[in-house]
Design a protein around this ligand. Structure first.
Ligand SMILES: [Zn+2]
Length: 219
């Protein structure tokens, strides 16, 4: 992993306009305005934070893993990564990162994939896809299942081998590590703080995160 991407932020939590602890297994959804800074903190380390972003004014224009990877010619996300939308807009830019690598290939866990990957009797277990659907249903702005597309897994370690194999590994994050993003347009941020109990990426122990927002004019 390149250490060049490890950039700390000078922003102080006490100056944030919004702070929220998101328990393990819970969703979080909020509008983030152009110029605002969004920080996600891995409070206890090795947590997977499944995240989707949308153009706030057109939900059909949403985060695109494929466009983001192609634009930066790299499969990992870190400082400097511009998160691209399906319509070619820059939704947000990663401006600080003390973890160093985030995944956008592994996808979000679902009851279906839990059964395929782990065991058929895991089908009842709560998964990120349900958290996403619960959040957009409660928000009640017309989004539905088809709006849940390819996502980012902040703090998740999914290395790709030289042969192209995908590995879900132990996390590389640690308590207090964070990633910070600047909104380049008005966006909707949707997080599922992953409830997964079957994957070594979070040491089989999902933990809480903190989300902070600084207003653009004060950031
Ligand atoms: Zn998950």
């Amino acid at each position: 992993m390149s250490t060049a991407s490890l950039i700390e932020s000078e922003r102080l939590p006490k100056n944030a306009s919004y702070r929220c602890i998101v328990p393990a297994g819970e969703p979080w959804l909020r509008e983030v305005r152009k110029g605002d800074i969004l920080r996600i903190v891995d409070l206890e380390g090795n947590q997977a934070v499944d995240t989707l972003f949308y153009n706030l004014h057109d939900f059909s224009d949403r985060y695109s893993a494929q466009d983001t990877i192609r634009e930066q010619k790299n499969i990992y996300l870190t400082t400097g990564t511009r998160l691209m939308s399906s319509a070619g807009n820059v939704l947000l830019t990663i401006v600080a990162d003390t973890c160093g690598r985030h995944d956008t290939l592994g996808g979000a866990c679902a009851t279906e994939s839990n059964m395929v990957r782990y065991a058929i009797d895991k089908g009842h277990m709560h998964a990120c896809r349900q958290s996403f659907l619960k959040a957009i249903a409660e928000w009640d702005h017309g989004m539905e299942k088809r709006d849940i597309t390819s996502n980012i897994n902040f703090f998740m370690n999914v290395p790709v081998t030289p042969e192209g194999a995908l590995h879900f590994e132990d996390g590389v994050s640690a308590p207090g590590k964070y990633v910070e993003l600047r909104a380049e347009m008005d966006v909707l941020a949707l997080i599922s703080n992953c409830p997964q109990l079957n994957n070594p990426c979070n040491a089989y122990n999902p933990t809480p995160i903190e989300v902070l927002i600084w207003d653009g004019q004060e950031a």
